[in-house]
Design a protein around this ligand. Sequence first.
Ligand SMILES: NC(=O)c1ccc[n+]([C@@H]2O[C@H](COP(=O)([O-])OP(=O)(O)OC[C@H]3O[C@@H](n4cnc5c(N)ncnc54)[C@H](OP(=O)(O)O)[C@@H]3O)[C@@H](O)[C@H]2O)c1
Length: 263
Amino acid sequence: MSSVFYSIHAKTIFVTGANQGLGKALVLELATQGAKRILAAVRDLNSLDWLNEIDKKLADRITPVRLDLTDSSSYTAFENFAETEVIINNAAICLQGSLLELSMDQLRLEWETNFFAPLQIIRLGVQHCPRLEVIANIGSKYRYVSFPVIGNYCATKAALSSITDGLRYDLKNRGIQIQMFYPGAMDTRMALPFSHSKTSTASVAEKIVNTIGNQETDILLTPDSIAMFEHFFANPDQTRKEYETMTFSKYFTPDVESPAQDN
Ligand SMILES: NC(=O)c1ccc[n+]([C@@H]2O[C@H](COP(=O)([O-])OP(=O)(O)OC[C@H]3O[C@@H](n4cnc5c(N)ncnc54)[C@H](OP(=O)(O)O)[C@@H]3O)[C@@H](O)[C@H]2O)c1
């Protein structure tokens, strides 16, 4: 795969879901690697109180931005950041439950957060940020095969991958590169109920920051996402049959609920 060196040094970077999990790890990695300004988008500014506890030299590069992805009025915040050069669409929710049993409102909320919000941010970036160079979308290893207990989440992430492909040509004509990053299970709130082994967010964030803008289109970030894609491409039919039988009792830690799931 061809790769071109791109440095985030001295760049202005917009990150959603910046207060915790992978988003927080990305913000810290970007600041450590010398990004000029990190626009840390969160729905609750108080959730960035950890900025008071980190090295002041890093904290000074991080600007909190209030953005609730499900509140269209809060998107005006984005219009004030015309200097943005890189967008990282990281924030998401993951609802546990069958596609037949979750309410339609729950399903729509997940689409709003995981699919329409990143698309809207991309559109606003193209409209308001003349220096925009790279868009990085965070996907899921379930791009090709759905994990039934989070079937709607898998669908939103597969669709995000699909529009990443769908936008590539138009963005290229505007000098903007778009990339899709595929983590597997990580040690975050979202993955709390899952019993899979998990990769640290710090190592995933480092890989993302080192790969952003290098012309790769699909970046597999963890051993389980690499294994998943290899398994699927070697035998799609078999992989789908295996996933069909993956039930809650097999893959969830009993009595652990992710706070992100109950919207
Ligand atoms: N963890 C995994 O195993 C795993 C695996 C594959 C892919 N991913 C992907 O990695 C990315 C990061 O997830 P994570 O594991 O770090 O999960 P997380 O710890 O649950 O963090 C999710 C982030 O999204 C934010 N968010 C959710 N709804 C929002 C809204 N309406 N407006 C603004 N922000 C909102 C959350 O903000 P609040 O704190 O305010 O809720 C939080 O900052 C996601 O795209 C996820 O799909 C995760």
